[in-house]
Design a protein around this ligand. Structure first.
Ligand code: NAD
Length: 377
């Protein structure tokens, strides 16, 4: 494998498929990383420029996330090349053609990601049926609308608080990226007694040490405005939320927002990672050394995929919250206990937990009988 790609290891990837259909300018990549636990689930990202290697990294992140959450699914990811804002009819043609080309690749279940949504998944359902993240009318559970990921983040924060002598009641929260993940994380933390003191979006930020009115902020976003238009707070640049002293800092926007250049500015007791890879590896180590507790992305933000996996099995909306709560609380505790007892980073403990689960699942497969690789019995 290393002769073909300079990525990959004993977990995967198991398949890399390129889809090319010149007649409609369809170009896509599917990376299926590991399917020991079951068919892979991972979103279709629509973007003009994503490499095979990046697709693999995203697929591996799904292997880790699904294994940590003990879902009967492996990890995969697909990229559809194109502008996600293209006319809906053209987008529909591409999604339908992509699904149709991958009709027989049964170890990949389509899901939404950046640039695709539940409408796109409805087209996939119509073509091949193997999909999650559907509209309500088709039996889907609208995970962003109900705040599945935010619910999990609030529980991760609740468990992590006990590891740094913090009470959620009165804890000051800053949310970077007041979108589907960030706003619901804030809402559920406020329900637990925390105070949202700052929030940002791509256009600006707002700050009030006495607390922001979450419903007023949500109304502003609903009306297409920025949180910085909120009348009850001081208007700031988006970047300024990094400097606001708080107890819980929730990144819920972009990757690598905390890096070696700005990590020293963060003054918080903990970081609960809503976004995927919001901090670079070096920044995460610095946070650890300065005593800021991090709950890693694929442990804290698994609420969405847990919800999607339950939808695939036909669960109803009311069933998902208790399951997300249980899984994320258990995993957060295991990871933080292991990190503390072994004096390692929470991310190292999380990768260890997920990798062991993947390897145990691999041991249940027939091919383990023929393997001499370490870890197989
Ligand atoms: P979203 O588009 O609903 O929200 C993102 C928010 O971030 C928007 O308000 C946007 O204005 C803001 N933003 C963008 N750039 C910013 C910047 N530089 N500074 C401040 N704010 C900025 O997206 P989402 O679904 O909430 O996802 C957010 C992140 O969480 C992404 O990294 C996504 O991959 C990850 N994630 C999402 C889910 C889910 O269930 N939606 C699950 C796991 C991980």
């Amino acid at each position: 494998m290393t002769e073909i790609f300079d990525f990959g290891d004993d977990l995967g990837p198991t398949k890399v498929i390129h889809v090319y259909e010149p007649s409609i300018e369809l170009r896509a990549i599917l990376v299926i990383d590991n399917v020991a636990a079951g068919p892979s689930v991972g979103g279709v990202r629509m973007a003009p420029d994503v490499s095979v290697e990046e697709c693999f990294r995203l697929a591996r992140a799904m292997t880790m996330k699904n294994a940590a959450a003990e879902l009967p699914h492996g990890g995969g990811k697909a990229v559809l090349f194109g502008d996600p804002k293209m006319p809906a009819r053209d987008k529909q043609k591409l999604l339908r053609a992509m699904a149709s080309s991958l009709r027989n690749v049964e170890d990949y279940i389509f899901a939404p990601d950046m640039g695709t949504d539940e409408v796109c998944m409805a087209w996939v359902k119509d073509e091949i049926g193997r999909v999650v993240g559907l509209p309500r009318e088709l039996g889907g559970i609208p995970l962003d609308e109900i705040g599945a990921t935010g619910w999990g983040l609030a529980h991760a924060a609740d468990v992590a608080a006990s590891f740094c002598d913090l009470a959620l009641r009165g804890a000051r929260v800053v949310v970077q990226g007041f979108g589907a993940v960030g706003k619901h994380a804030a809402r559920f933390l406020i329900d637990k007694g925390a105070v949202l003191v700052a929030a940002s979006d791509s256009r600006g930020a707002t700050f009030n040490a006495d607390g922001l009115d979450i419903h007023a902020l949500m109304d502003l976003k609903q009306a297409g405005k920025s949180v910085s238009d909120y009348a009850g707070g001081t208007r700031l640049e988006p970047e300024a939320v990094i400097d606001i002293e708080c107890d819980i800092w929730v990144p819920a926007a972009r990757p690598d927002v905390i890096n070696e250049e700005n990590v020293h500015r963060l003054r918080s007791k903990m970081m609960i990672q809503g976004a995927n890879i919001p901090a670079t590896a070096g920044a995460e180590r610095s946070l650890h050394e300065s005593g800021i507790l991090c709950v890693p992305d694929f442990i804290a933000n698994a609420g969405g995929v847990i919800c999607a996996a339950m939808e695939y099995q036909g669960a109803g909306e009311s069933m998902v919250f208790p399951v997300i709560e249980d899984k994320i609380r258990r995993n957060t505790r295991s990871v933080l206990d292991a990190a503390a007892s072994q004096n390692i980073l929470p991310r190292e403990a999380a990768v260890d937990l997920a990798t062991k689960r993947v390897k145990r699942a691999m041991n249940y497969r027939r091919y383990s009988l023929f393997s001499s690789a370490p870890g197989f019995v």
